[in-house]
Structures are given as structure tokens and as C-alpha cells.
Design a protein around this ligand. Sequence first.
Ligand SMILES: [Mn+2]
Length: 360
Amino acid sequence: MARRSAEISKPIVSKSAAHRASDRFLAGLTDSPRVTFVSHVQPDPDSLGSMLGLSHLVNTRLRIPTRITRDGLICRAENQEMVRALDIELTPIEGITAMPHEAVVMVDSQPHTGRHSFNGELPLYAVIDHHTTPGDVRGVPFVDLRPTLGATCTLVTRYLIEQNVPLSPRVATALYYGIETEVSGYPREATEADDSALHYLFPLVDKTALARIRNAKLPHSHFAVLLQALQNSTLYDRVLISWIDNLSQPEQAAQIVDYLVRLDQVDWALCGGICNGTLILSMRTSLQGVQAGDLLRQVVGKFGKAGGHDRRAGGAISVQKRSPNDLRHLKDELKKRLLSALNIADQHGHPLVPIPTLSH
Ligand SMILES: [Mn+2]
């Protein structure tokens, strides 16, 4: 552990070629006819930026064609704008077929963590990730996991610097935004390596495209869901729990909980909502060193899957076969487990905002 943090805290500089991860990564790809990149469902800026950056690395250094895939939909308005503004071509993961000896590289996720539809239909050549959620990487020839890093894009930026690959504004903007979105919360989940990468990329970024992405127009459903979330938020001591009946897209739970955890009375916020027969959970904390990912995994247990980082966690539980009554029990059980894990005795709570009675 000590060795890893020492390595991470170094500025981004070239090491001797024999020890560089980027050399080993490229060396295993020289005989591939094509490289396909896969990531987690509802790809976020970190996964999109990582796939684009590595694709640029492979194209430039090996002159091998690449494919970037999309698992599920890109829902968040900012992420849709990122794809549009940076013209990222995405192949839907469903039904992709591979050429003989084609290499598949998974980024920003690990196999068998329940975060993707890709489950070993094609053998993986590499897994490059920064999540603490343990996946099954047995038999994968190239594995580079850096759970201390704030973003996978930081690792990819490092590979590109090591290989002296010039970056276009498009690739630099994708990597920059990928890191920015992962490390923008407070307390920051960033290392010196993330800041070095941001510092390296910033002069190369297309600032107009970046501003367009950051300020993407929001759909009407965003405001409808926000109102529903506010009206269904309950405070239990230092914890806020918010239930939304219907999310129009799964990432709304994360967008809402990012906002709710800023309430000055709480250290923890959990938001859950139903989207296409799945209860999507998103949790945030403003405390440091508490391993929110592990905590949510413990709360969700066998009901479904969960994982994440120190301050941020997400989970999913299939509720397709549950009656409304079953669903109520499930939410109640999740609440009880969370409050007990955090040693909170207040089981009843009180509403965040009383529902207003309109005067006209
Ligand atoms: Mn990430």
C-alpha cells in the first residue's frame, strides 16, 4: 500500500521503458486486427474519456483500428452533450461480433461487478480501472487497477504522456472532463496524479466545448423528478433518504443525491428510484475515509449489486417481480440496514420539507 501511494504521488514523468505499464499494454496488442473498448452501463465522462484516450493511443502508436462501445444509454444531459460536442462515435454493445484475435479492453469497470451487460462473451485482453469494487480479473493478460486514483482518465493521460502521443483538443477535452467530473465533489477524491493530469491537459482543452458540456440544457423530466425527490425526502438524524417513484433515466438518482447531500444538516444522503423495473440507488457522504461503496454493498447485500468509492456509491436491485407492498418492505429494510450501519437510532425521521398547501 505504501509503495502504491508513493508511486501515485509522483508527478507524471517518463520511467524507463521496460517498467512502463503503457509499453506492456501496447506490446500485447501488436498482433490484433482491431481493438474494441468496453465500459460500464450508462457510460460516464470518465469511461468515455478513457475509451477515447486509449483508442487515440492505439491508433497513433500501433496504427490499429479501434471501436468504442456504448453499454446501455447515455442519459445525463452533460454526457449526451459530451458525445455530441466531441463527436464520439459509439457502437452499441448488444450483438457486437469480434474478428479472430480482436482485443477487448475494459475501462473504468471490472468484470463481473454487475455494472455492465458485457459478461465475457469475448475474452478480455485488458482491464484498466480505478474502482475499489473488486471484479474477477483472473486470466486477463493485462490488468492495471489503481484504486487510489480519482479517475481512470488520469491513468490514460499518463499512458499518453509516457508514449509521447500528441493530443487533439477533442481528446484532451474528453480526458479533462472525465477527470473533472470524478474529482469535483467535496471532500475531493483526487490525488496529486489527478491534479498533474488536469494541469497537463488544461492548455489543450477546447474551452468552448467544455463550457457547452458543463452547461448542457436539462430536460423537463429533470425538474419533475427533483420536485418528487424533495417531497419524498426524510431526515433521520444526519442521514437523508429520498425515494422517487419513477426515474426517467437511471442517472437521475445520482444527480439528485449530489444535490441533497449538500444540505447542511446531513453527512449522508441516499436516493433511490425505479427505472425500468430496477431500483436504482445512489449514495453520497460528506465524510472522508468511510468507504461508502463498501457500506452500500453491505446494506444492499443479496438483494442486488452495489459498489463505488470512498464518498460515492451506487447500487441496483431488480424489483420487476415485487408487488407495491413488497417494494415498500424492501425500501424499509434498506433504510433500517443503513441507519443501523450508521448507528442511528431515529427510525421515524421527519420530512425535509413539508408539502406546501397552495393558497390559490
Ligand atoms: Mn471512473
